[in-house]
Design a protein around this ligand. Structure first.
Ligand code: GLN
Length: 381
């Protein structure tokens, strides 16, 4: 039998799976893969349980449970002063990663180029490659991960179809400013690009900053797929549920792909989330809650020799380890897991070229006692 030709030659298992497996093999504390270890809100599990008991167990509509889409449209109007039509411009998806993959599949023709700013979440490039399109990798500025506008402009060609952005940013915890968004809007409009915006950490923005969602920029939104995650928002990453917002013309194509792939998403979760979202504190308090985790982790880490980079949002921060080791980040992260009992993610995994990075990534979305136990180990390194 002829072997199939791989769509993703050279790709193995994701770093998140690898490091979580290593953490469990070595019984290490897992500050690697981005998932909370604190309990989610019982009001939400109760609402989903109730939906199942009440018989909401058959297919939801392909685009999603309408009351959920209506509730999201209200939330978007409230948070971002943007009118989005629940019928035509919102689709519920099995997670944010799926929304990004579907957006790219709807958008890309073979040979199209897509600008990806590195370090980048590891699903973007495979999603581009699986669609026979071409990732054009542009590094963020190396020390503060700020936006390299000159390099982005230099990377544009007649084949550039789209750009992917992510704020708050995984892995660095940086966020886009309003000025960045204005510059992006100019660029997208001037070159008639499309935008895929990964906003799964939308509510996890610290220090009273505003999340600069694409949804605040009407001209930009006309050319955008904006992707969100309930898993990240409500501390239930295992539920794999999120949504995409896009103008009707784009959403029509998105739904053509979605209807032949997943078709529709877990009904009781959608019904339960709809009820839970009626209380705005379900999302308005998240930034402050996670900020406390960040601050506590940064405070604890003063007893170690790691150099933390600032984090303005997300579950994550990056850390240098130049005072501890000269190992490449992959090897250092392995050593930390296997010999010191704390799993992290090497930041080189967010680059395609594979060169070592001077940083590892910590996830601080953990119970205080988990952070304390981890830092106790890290202070001995
Ligand atoms: N988004 C999460 C992270 O960056 C993990 C997602 C995954 O495991 N694929 O850690």
């Amino acid at each position: 039998m002829q072997p199939i030709v791989s769509k993703l030659p050279g790709k193995g298992t994701t770093i998140f799976t690898t490091m979580s497996a290593l953490a469990s093999q070595y019984k290490a504390i897992n500050l690697g893969q981005g998932f909370p270890d604190f309990p989610m809100d019982q009001a939400l599990t109760n609402a989903v349980n109730a939906a199942m008991q009440q018989g909401y167990n058959q297919y939801a509509p392909m685009a999603g449970w309408l009351p959920l889409r209506e509730t999201l449209a209200e939330k978007i109007a409230f948070l971002y002063q943007q009118t989005v039509h629940p019928d035509t411009e919102i689709t519920i998806t099995p997670g944010g990663t799926y929304a990004i993959f579907t957006a790219l599949t709807a958008l890309l023709q073979p040979g199209d180029e897509v600008i990806v700013l590195e370090p980048a979440y590891d699903s973007y490039v495979p999603a581009i490659l699986a669609n026979n399109a071409v990732p054009v990798l542009v590094p963020l500025h190396p020390h503060d991960f700020s936006i390299p506008w000159e390099a982005i402009r230099a990377a544009l060609t007649t084949r550039t179809r789209a750009i992917i952005i992510n704020s708050p940013h995984n892995p660095s915890g940086t966020t886009w400013s309003e000025t960045d968004m204005r510059l992006l809007e100019e660029l997208v409009l001037a070159h008639q690009l499309y935008l895929v915006s990964d906003e799964v950490y939308e509510h996890l923005v610290f220090d009273n900053a505003l999340h600069q969602s694409v949804l605040r920029f009407p001209a930009l939104l006309k050319r955008s797929f904006v992707c969100f995650s309930f898993g990240k928002t409500f501390h239930c990453t295992g539920w794999k549920i999120g949504y995409c917002v896009a103008p009707e013309e784009l959403m029509t194509e998105f739904r053509k792909i979605h209807q032949y792939n997943c078709f529709s998403v877990h009904t009781p979760s959608q019904v339960g989330i709809t009820e839970f979202l009626q209380n705005r504190s379900s999302y308005l308090q998240l930034g402050a809650f996670l900020q406390e985790k960040r601050d506590y982790f940064f405070h604890l880490m003063k007893s170690t020799r790691f150099t933390l980079l600032p984090s303005k949002g997300s579950y994550f921060c990056c850390a240098g380890y130049e005072r501890i080791s000269e190992l490449a980040d992959h090897d250092f992260a392995r050593l930390l897991t296997c010999e010191h009992g704390v799993a992290t993610i090497p930041v080189s995994a967010f680059y395609q070229h594979g060169k070592p990075s001077p940083y590892i990534r910590f996830c601080f979305a953990k119970k205080n006692e988990t952070l304390e136990a981890a830092v106790e180990k890290l202070s001995l390194v």
